[in-house]
Design a protein around this ligand. Sequence first.
Ligand code: IPM
Ligand code: MN
Length: 367
Amino acid sequence: MKLRIAILAGDGIGPEVTHEAVNILKAVAEFGGHDFQFREALLGGVAITAEGTPIPQSTIDICLDSDAVLLGAVGDNKFNHLSPDKRPESGLLQIRQVLGGFANLRPSIAYPALAENSPLRPEVTKGADILFVRELLGGLYFGAPRWWNKETNEAINTMRYTKAEVERVAHVAFKLAQGRRKKLTSVDKANVLEVSQLWRATVDELKSQYPDVTVEHQLVDSMAMHLMNIPRNFDVVLTENLFGDILSDESGVITGSLGMLPSATIGGKVNLYEPVHGSAPDIAGQGKANPLGAILTAAMVLRHSAGLEREAQAIEAAVAHVLEAGHRTADIARGNTAANVTTTQMGKLVHQALTETLDRHDSMHAV
Ligand code: IPM
Ligand code: MN
C-alpha cells in the first residue's frame, strides 16, 4: 500500500526520536513491499528560527497533502519570553486545528519488564492497560475570550464546549471501549463547572446506543488519585482537553516513564501522531532520549492510517522484547539497571527484534 507521511521532527529530542520511528516504518515498508513516502517540514522553534513563524504555510500544505503526520516534539526555552500565540507550542496547537483531529488516543500500559521502574509498587501497576481519549480541539486551549491585560493585571481563558463537540469525541471513546474491556470512565468537574455538567449529560445521553459498555463518571480530582491507587480498574478514559493533558502525563508513572507513551489523533482531515513526551531540551543531542514513545507512535500510524494491525502489533511486541532483554535508556534505567543503550542503539535493537518477528510470522504463514 501507499502512504504519504509528513514528518515534523520539531525541537529538542524530536529529531532524534523521530529518526528512529521513521527507520522502523521503513523496515515495515521494505518487508511488506509497501510504498511509504516521507516528507519533512518545519514546526515549532525550528520553524521560528528558519522562517519567523512556528507554523509556515508550506508546513500546512505538506501536512494537508499527506495521509498521516508524524510529529516529534516542539518547545524550546529560547522562546519562553514570547507570548503563548508566538511560541513553538502555538505551532502545535495550530497544526492540530488545521488537521482537525478531535480525538487524541493516549494508551498507557504497564510493561512487566518495567515493573520496577514505576514509583508505584508492581502489584499496583500490574495489568494496567488504559486508553485515554482526550478531546483535543476544545476547552481552555482554544476557548475565547483569552487575554492577559498587563495594565489591569487581569487574565482570562475560557473553557467552552458545545454538545456536538462532546458527542463526537464520546462516540469515539464508546466505540473504542466496545473493542476492549467495555468500560468507559468519563472525567469531569461537574460539581463545579457548567461545562462539565453538559459533558456528563451528553455522555449519559449516548449510553443507550452502547448498551454493552459500562459507563462511570469520575471527578477529575478523585480520578487523579484513583489512577495511582488502582490503575487496572480503568479501560477507556474520556476527558476534555486540559484534564486529559494532565492525567495522561500522570499516567506516565504507571508505565515508568513519559518517554514510553505514544499518541494518535483521529477524526479530522489527516491523522496526527505524536509521542506524549516533550522536547526535553536538557538532554537533546546527547543520544540519551528514549525513542520508544516515538516508535510506539509509528505503530499507531500503521494501525490507524494504514490498516496494518499485524505490523503495528509486531512493533509493540518488538518494544516489549527489547525491554525484557534489559535494554534501557536513562529515563527507564532506575532500580537495579543502568542506562546501557543510546537512542540510536535502542532504535536498532527494536528494528532487529521487529525483523525477527516479521520473519517468523512470514515463515509461519508459508507452512
Ligand atoms: C501534549 C503537550 C502539548 C499540550 C503542549 C506542548 C502544547 O503537553 O501534547 O500533551 O498541552 O497538548
Ligand atoms: Mn501534555
